[in-house]
Design a protein around this ligand. Structure first.
Ligand code: SAH
Length: 212
């Protein structure tokens, strides 16, 4: 998601109470932030935050983190949080490539990836959030019984992701090539901003769930 750069976005984020500014000093200490021992789920590349805010509303006993590397995009989520603060949700303006510097082993219980950038050029494959390089990073921070959930409307990216899951030795526990017409996989589905946009155009939505 690219938004026109919003002047002052970095400054606004730097002082925002819903943003964690010292993520790299928190490995092993994230529960202190929430003040409880509830599981921690993260969405990487959360965009404007619609999906995560609805999850946080529905599941007060789960702690949520939203990671988005572009400040102009994150700012939109912060504006929504100001209208409706949720005690179990915080944001990080960070690059997911640095995940292992922010979390201790097994500190995260679930990772959501929604409509991640496709990086179509082969030479950029390592940047895809479902590449084996990224799966190795998730492996370092995800609890033994944790899982990743990935949704996209991009068939090529989905096929690439299925291959990486296999290559990395992860196991597929859920897979749909038309999520919205798959009653089991679609149960309780929360649509993201991109999911609303692309499914309205008639694109099928792909989803996979993988464990190690
Ligand atoms: N999840 C949202 C937005 C999808 S667009 C939705 O489904 O509507 C993908 C988002 O991921 C963009 O906003 C982009 O800035 C962010 N992103 C991509 N790579 C990232 C990375 N390495 N670390 C953090 N955010 C990333």
């Amino acid at each position: 998601m690219r938004l026109k750069h919003i002047k002052g976005a970095e400054e606004a984020i730097a002082v925002n109470e819903f943003v964690v500014h010292d993520a790299k000093e928190r490995p092993g200490k994230w529960h202190e932030l929430f003040g409880n021992d509830h599981p921690i789920h993260i969405e990487i590349g959360m965009g404007k935050g619609q999906f995560l805010m609805e999850l946080a509303r529905r599941n007060p006993d789960i702690n949520y983190l939203g990671m988005e590397r572009y400040s102009s995009v994150l700012l939109r989520a912060l504006q929504k949080m100001e209208e409706e603060p949720l005690p179990n949700l915080y944001f990080l303006c960070e690059d997911a490539a640095e995940l292992p510097e922010m979390f201790a082993k097994e500190e995260l219980n679930r990772i959501y990836l929604n409509f991640s950038d496709p990086w179509p050029k082969a030479r950029h494959a390592k940047r895809r959030l479902t590449s084996t390089e990224f799966l190795a990073r998730y492996n370092q921070v995800l609890a033994a019984d944790g899982h990743i959930e990935f949704k996209t409307d991009n068939m090529d990216l989905f096929d690439f992701s299925l291959e990486s899951v296999e290559e990395a030795g992860w196991k597929l526990v859920g897979c749909s090539r038309d999520l919205h017409h798959d009653p089991t996989m679609n149960e309780g589905n929360i649509m993201t901003e991109y999911e609303e946009k692309f499914s309205a155009k008639g694109n099928p939505i792909y989803k996979l769930i993988a464990v190690r």
